[in-house]
Design a protein around this ligand. Sequence first.
Ligand code: KG4
Ligand code: ZN
Length: 349
Amino acid sequence: MKERFTILGIETSCDETALAVLEADGGFKAPRFHIRENLVASQADLHAPFGGVVPNLAKREHRKALGFLHKKLGSLTRDVDVIAVTVGPGLEPCLWEGIEFTKKCVRELGKPVVAVNHMEGHLASVLLTGAHAIAFPALALLVSGGHTELVRATQWLRYDVVGKTLDDAVGEAFDKVGRLLGLPYPGGPNVSRLAAEARAHHTKSAFSFPVPMSKSSSLDFSFSGLKTAVLYALKKNPDLDKAEVARAFEDAAVESLILKTMKAVVSERPETIIVGGGVAANQYLRARLPEELSKKGIGTPVLYPDPAFTGDNAAMIAAAAYFHALRGDFALPAHLEAQGRLSIGEKKR
Ligand code: KG4
Ligand code: ZN
């Protein structure tokens, strides 16, 4: 069986246009990746004045950026033997730009295509640095601007969703709170920076917000109530210290992630815990999860993506595609379709 592939990754699901060329080897048992090129063009500045991603602006920008990133890849594409494209979940007008570009690449290179789920990319992002033979079953906490879910992976390509948000994604809540605090878009990293400042100044927090879903026995999340609690607190007292608000919000949001992850660790007994997605960059979450595991005497290893690969990128899309390529799981280019609400697996619990 062929185990060595050079994969062109294409990612346009939200506001990052990304292309990557990845060399993959080692098979299912010991996947190894070498990144030949990893290009990301962020549209954050373009959408910042609107406080969020404007789909049609994003679509136009993806088209432009794909053109210049493709030029930048230059002769690297000559070595490619598989093309991988994100087909969902995400903003459909944006996904279509990636798909149209993929069809052009197929005409040029004549190589097979893998249709990739964006969340599968976030899950595989932990493999991009270092050598990781993942012990299965694994439990993945996938936290981004559009998703918050707990996923059971019995092996590569076999995923079940065991918990997910009933309303807002945690990254979305960070961004909305950022807006309430008058911080620039995207709010997530800025809210977290302010919260860290508050923690550095005062060991005890000035006040707290209730931890979402703490009374529910399910593995589901909910963040819209927490965002509303922040809104009302600021309305009631506009002079509240912003850093303390950011801290109280981050405390409650991260505690909720920890609470449900710990619950899933107990019920699923995973051999590995994986954290992926934009919010996996959150330093407080990265510190709290191992702390909680060791408090409970649980030695399950936790893998995080390198900070360079927490946000959207095409290297992770190519990495996820590797497992499909090993299986010969290719898509007909004419059948490629944007699937805005594509899920990584069935909800099973
Ligand atoms: O995975 P990602 O790049 O895009 C989506 O697939 O949505 O995630 C972006 C999200 C945004 O909501 C952003 O604010 C959030 O990740 N984020 C953070 C941090 N860095 C990025 N949230 C909290 N703390 C951070 N340090
Ligand atoms: Zn993402």
